[in-house]
Design a protein around this ligand. Sequence first.
Ligand code: ADP
Ligand code: MG
Ligand code: MG
Ligand code: MG
Length: 401
Amino acid sequence: MSAYHPLSEQEAIELASEITEVFGPEARLTSREIGDGNLNLVFHIRDEHSGRSIIMKQALPYAKVVGESWPLTLDRARIESDALRIQYKLAPGLAPKVYDFKSELALTIMEDLSDHVIMRKGLMEGGRYPHFAEHISTFIANTLFFTSDLGMNQQEKKLQAGAFINPELCKITEDLIFDDPYTVSDNNDYEPAIEDAARALREDAELHLEVALLREKFLTQGQALLHGDLHTGSIFVTPESTKVIDPEFAYYGPMGFDIGALFANLLMNYCGQAYWIKEDDARSEYRSYLLSTMRDVWNLFEAKFRTHWDSSCVDRMAASTPGYQDHYMRRLLQDSIGYAGCKMVRRIVGLSHVADINSISDSAIREQAQRQALAIGTALIKLNRTASSIEQAVDIAAGTS
Ligand code: ADP
Ligand code: MG
Ligand code: MG
Ligand code: MG
């Protein structure tokens, strides 16, 4: 079973039986492929005897995009399993445990989180996750701080960054997020009803400058090991627990890109609630919950990151230069706001949308939600370099309809 090939369910079972950490000799394993099939196979393997289970995720050598195949490196499976291991260590309990990685098969064998729900789905159903902000702020504060020059020896950090060179997946981000939405591109995908809004994106020189600056930072700033795809579809939740999966886009980049992904996805759910919650009071209450969550994520992140800095900074200059920490945190907030805006815009006019908005069946409400997301997204992008408080981002969202 050595040369790469997509696994059959029977082969997946044979490999799973080697995971003695989970399955005993009397295990009776069954397999079910549960991935959505765009980039990766995901096998759920269960022992009918003990009830214990694992997940095996295998990268495919291509992505299926609108009917076509797009070659995509299998090396992303190595990146994903290595990133998961680092995240599991730095943020205990907040990422799945990796049991094994089979490089030749681009296969990660990990903890089964099927007792959780994908957060995007949970939010579309009006779920509340009272510990989410606490958990995810720990995840981002720990993974970002302790992989940066603040929390890690600078030579080791450079070597680690070298192990996470991820050019093909970065290129997807560079094109789909920072380029296509602002020009005429075959990759773009939006409904004719919002053509005027899409055209406005293409003609807005002030917006283009801000996006170019954010893109430059994405291309050049190896600040920390990012998750790289931290949307609500990459987060499993229950009311008590949070687990982050799917870091195949991991690379050394600007910290605000991960934080911005979280903001953007909370805000797109906020827009989609025009449809999901019919009753006015309940909807505005839920929207307040989403905005409070965004605010809490930032405030808790900031407090935890500053605490790490005060107690664990390995960089003498950073630790002892008055004003530097405040300046750094201000820039992180600004980047997070800017990247949040970019992520919102791309999910409306670019390739690959979010179900929170796209699966709204009423076309008038869907269009309104799309316009609202574009209004918030562009306002956040324009705010980014002058932002001084998370409340400015909250106010932008709250002021739209
Ligand atoms: P992709 O990179 O193809 O998006 P994901 O890692 O997001 O792959 O996994 C796709 C889906 O497979 C998830 O939405 C989830 O339903 C399921 N899945 C992935 N990892 C796990 C896991 N550790 N436990 C349970 N289900 C998982
Ligand atoms: Mg997927
Ligand atoms: Mg995914
Ligand atoms: Mg993925």
